[in-house]
Design a protein around this ligand. Sequence first.
Ligand code: SF4
Length: 60
Amino acid sequence: MNIFITNNCINCGACVQVNSTIFEITKNGVIYNKEKYTEEFSDDLYDAIYSCPVNAIHLY
Ligand code: SF4
């Protein structure tokens, strides 16, 4: 499982508010920290996907 953040991202920070370990705001926009993901963050991952106002977070 991996996450892809599309160019639709408007840097609103909603996903970072859900989980600031796996999602992070950088100078280049919001990134997903794959290496920091653990099973305990599973619910947060789905909460972040549903909280994104522009549907920019995709599982693949
Ligand atoms: S919630 Fe969506 S639009 Fe907002 S920062 Fe995260 S990926 Fe970008």
